[in-house]
Design a binder for this molecule. Structure first.
Ligand code: DAH
Length: 341
C-alpha cells in the first residue's frame, strides 16, 4: 500500500488541477475530500499506523494537505457566491446595442433612379468594360486620331499598351451595343469613367455617367426631346423646364446640351445656376451617320438619338452636393444623409 506521503502527493496533484465546471462538481469535491468520510478524514485515520518518530513530520504534511483541500474549496465557493449575488451574467431587460444600418451611396441611389425611369419606357440596361480599346472609346465614335479629346492630358492610357485606355465616357458602350445587338436598340449604359484631371471640388479623375441610345426607323429629334423631357419630369419633378442649346459632339449631328430650370432657385438666380436660372445636365444629339456606318447600319434607313449624363452632376443638382470629392471620401456624416431617399 502506498505510503501516506505518496498518497498525499497524488491527491495534491488532483486538487491543484481541479476546476469545477458547475456547483454540483464543487459539491462532489467537498464530499470527496472534506466530507465526514472524505479523504482528509481517512488520511488522519491512517496516522495511527505511522511510526512514532515520523508522526510529527507526517502530521505537518497532512495538515498542509488539509489546508490546501479546504482553501481550494473556499476559493471556488466564494467565487460562486459572488457570481450568484450579482445575478445572471446577462440582463435581458437591457435595451440591445443598436446595429448601424448601412445606406446606399448617393450615386447609386441616383443611378438606380435613372435606370428605373428609363426602364419604364422600354429601355434595357447594358454595361461595357472600363478598360477599353481605342476603337470603341474613340475611333468608332467618329473621333479621328487628331481629336483633342484623345489628348494625353485627358485620357489615362494603359502604360503597357497605349492602344488601350480607361474609358473616358460611357459612349464607348454605345459602340459595343451597336456592334453586337440587333436593331431596334433602346438601351441605357450606366458606369464609371476616367479622366486625367486634377482632383478638386469640380473635377475628379473618375466619375460616373449614364449613356442612352435609341436606334430605329423614323427616330427624330422630337423623340429625343420628349424622352429627355419625360426623364427630367420624373427625376426633378413636374414643372421643371428644359432647354436645348446647340453644341458639338463628334458622334452626334446635330448635337445639343440640355439645361433644366434651376432646382434651387427656380430661375431667379443662385450659386448653383451661377445666376443664370439654368443648369446644364447632359449632352445629346442624333447619332452621326458616320457612326452608324461604322457598324454597318444604313443611315438612310435607320436613325437614332443618343445622350450622356454625369451621375455626379444629376446628384449635385438634385441634392445640392457642392463638392465632387465628397462622393469618394467615405465620410459617414455625408453618406448617412441619403438614408431615407
Ligand atoms: N460622351 C459625352 C461626354 O462624355 C456625353 C455625350 C454627349 C454622350 C452627347 C452622348 C451624346 O451620347 O450624344 O461628355
Amino acid at each position: 500500500m502506498a505510503s501516506l506521503q505518496e498518497q498525499i502527493q497524488q491527491f495534491e496533484q488532483e486538487i491543484n488541477s481541479f476546476v469545477p465546471a458547475n456547483i454540483a462538481e464543487l459539491e462532489d469535491y467537498r464530499i470527496r475530500f472534506l466530507g465526514a468520510k472524505g479523504i482528509v478524514k481517512q488520511l488522519f485515520g491512517e496516522m495511527k499506523s505511522v511510526p512514532a518518530e515520523e508522526r510529527k513530520e507526517a502530521g505537518q504534511v497532512l495538515n498542509g494537505f488539509k489546508m490546501l483541500a479546504e482553501s481550494k474549496y473556499e476559493s471556488f465557493k466564494s467565487l460562486q457566491e459572488t457570481t450568484a449575488a450579482k445575478g445572471p451574467a446577462i440582463d435581458n431587460t437591457l435595451p440591445g446595442t443598436p446595429m448601424p444600418i448601412g445606406t446606399r451611396h448617393p450615386l447609386r441611389v441616383v443611378e438606380n433612379k435613372i435606370i428605373s425611369i428609363f426602364e419604364r419606357i422600354g429601355f434595357s440596361v447594358a454595361t461595357g468594360p472600363e478598360i477599353e480599346d481605342d476603337w470603341h472609346n474613340f475611333t468608332s465614335l467618329n473621333m479621328p486620331e487628331h481629336h483633342p479629346a484623345r489628348d494625353m492630358q485627358d485620357t489615362f492610357y494603359v502604360s503597357s499598351d497605349p492602344a488601350w485606355v480607361l474609358r473616358t465616357h460611357t459612349s464607348s458602350a454605345q459602340a459595343r451595343i451597336l456592334e453586337s445587338q440587333p436593331l431596334p436598340i433602346r438601351v441605357i449604359c450606366p458606369g464609371r469613367v476616367y479622366r486625367n484631371e486634377t482632383i478638386s471640388a469640380r473635377a475628379h479623375c473618375f466619375f460616373h455617367q449614364c449613356e442612352g441610345l435609341y436606334v430605329d426607323k423614323n427616330v427624330s429629334f422630337a423623340d429625343l426631346k420628349q424622352t429627355l423631357y419625360y426623364f427630367v419630369t420624373e427625376m426633378f419633378g413636374e414643372g421643371t423646364q428644359v432647354r436645348f442649346r446647340p453644341s458639338y459632339f463628334p458622334f452626334t449631328e446635330p448635337s445639343a446640351e440640355m439645361d433644366i430650370s434651376c432646382t434651387v432657385c427656380g430661375g431667379s438666380g443662385c450659386n448653383l445656376c451661377k445666376h443664370t436660372g439654368w443648369v446644364e445636365i447632359l449632352g445629346c444629339g442624333m447619332v452621326h451617320p458616320n457612326m452608324l456606318r461604322n457598324f454597318g447600319i444604313d443611315p438612310e434607313v435607320y436613325t437614332g438619338f443618343a445622350f450622356g449624363m454625369g451621375v455626379e452632376r444629376i446628384t449635385q443638382v438634385k441634392y445640392q452636393v457642392n463638392d465632387l470629392r465628397l462622393y469618394s471620401q467615405n465620410d459617414v456624416r455625408f453618406l448617412r444623409q441619403f438614408q431615407s431617399i
